[in-house]
Design a protein around this ligand. Sequence first.
Ligand SMILES: [Zn+2]
Length: 234
Amino acid sequence: MAKTTKKTTTKNSAKATVSSEVALSVKDILKNVRPTPMIHNGLSNEEKIEKITEKFTEILEVLGLDLNDDSLAETPHRVAKMYVNEVFGGLDPHKFPKMTVIDNKMKYDQMIVVQSIECLSFCEHHLLPIDGFATVAYIPNKKVIGLSKINRIVQYFARRPQVQERLTKQIADCLQYVLDTEHVAVHINAKHYCVMMRGIEDTHSTTATSDIRGHFKTLPETREEFLHHCRVNK
Ligand SMILES: [Zn+2]
């Protein structure tokens, strides 16, 4: 586990002092998160965009669409850019948010809950949107994290073709490693457009998944407090 500590030098002293901020390596973080099934094809993002544009041109032509129409002409390239740079950007480790943790000097020992985190993903079975909210909590050990980092972790893993169960666990794995605490809990409640628009065509049902670890799992009161936060997160 290679953690690099940022060194700061004060104006009055030439002596380098070690700050309490620790930057974590993306490689180590992702090694500790259960993987999305992937192959390494060695393509750069530019090459991916080029190839997807070609393939999408073919798909739309097979569907019988006229790509000479100026409304459709740019669609394959638009979709390719959207896949690589935006909605599936979470497949690219370079897009992983900068992760720094801070010493828990205030000795905070209660749960920290971030509610109503927007959680927009794509189901990997139909490539249709998953649209929901996440509630994420942890009880710090020696480290705390900037709250917006939790939103960014959710967003990073959501920007992959996903199944909601894996997404939930990847967020929990990541937090457990980054914060070095087993007391983490993740709950996601989401609508799946593949359930709404096709198949059963149910526009009302939602799917809830959770990964509850450490005290959240073993202490009934802690569990109940977390679940209370999830229930109001509608
Ligand atoms: Zn689906």
